[in-house]
Design a protein around this ligand. Sequence first.
Ligand code: GRF
Length: 193
Amino acid sequence: MPDKIKSAIFISGRGSNMMALVDAARAADFPLEYVVVVANDPEAGGLEWARQQGIEAIAISHRDFNKDREAHEKAIDSELRKRGVEFICLAGYMRILTPWLVGQWSGKMINIHPSLLPKYKGLHTHERAIEAGDTEHGASIHWVNAGVDDGEVILQARVPILDGDTPDALAARVLAQEHQLYPAAVRKIFSAL
Ligand code: GRF
């Protein structure tokens, strides 16, 4: 079995997708090994969970960089390089990346977005899908490029929209699918190489 690729997960909040990835990475044949979790918010709930799993989890607050987004990313990037990270999974990371970071990690950074891209880039995706009268919704794993939620789609999961669905109820059903989808997309990427 080839060595696992040292990887990072970026989060901003509770980190349930991070948990799904870390759990999946316990399998001997999962291609990635998560060596560090990075949050832009020291209060991100997922940090503590990662530490309890024995994974280093660091907070680098964007508030310490006086709105200089690239300086914030350079601080993060330097922590990744120190640890030999070669791949990044964004999992509920709520910062828009600059072209600088995207360029550094081109072809090595993926994201999860709760919609059937290219539909509903950005926020409030569940609400927007219901309001549009869509009959299905879902989640996408995509490569990260310089646009927001814009890169090539790797894998999607579809969820029916039910009569009377609320954004919260729909989000919960999509989230359950996200937790299956993210590890499956990672496996797909590396099995295709
Ligand atoms: C997920 O719905 C993800 O698709 C979106 O933000 C949410 C993060 O949830 N980008 P969690 O922090 O992984 O629980």
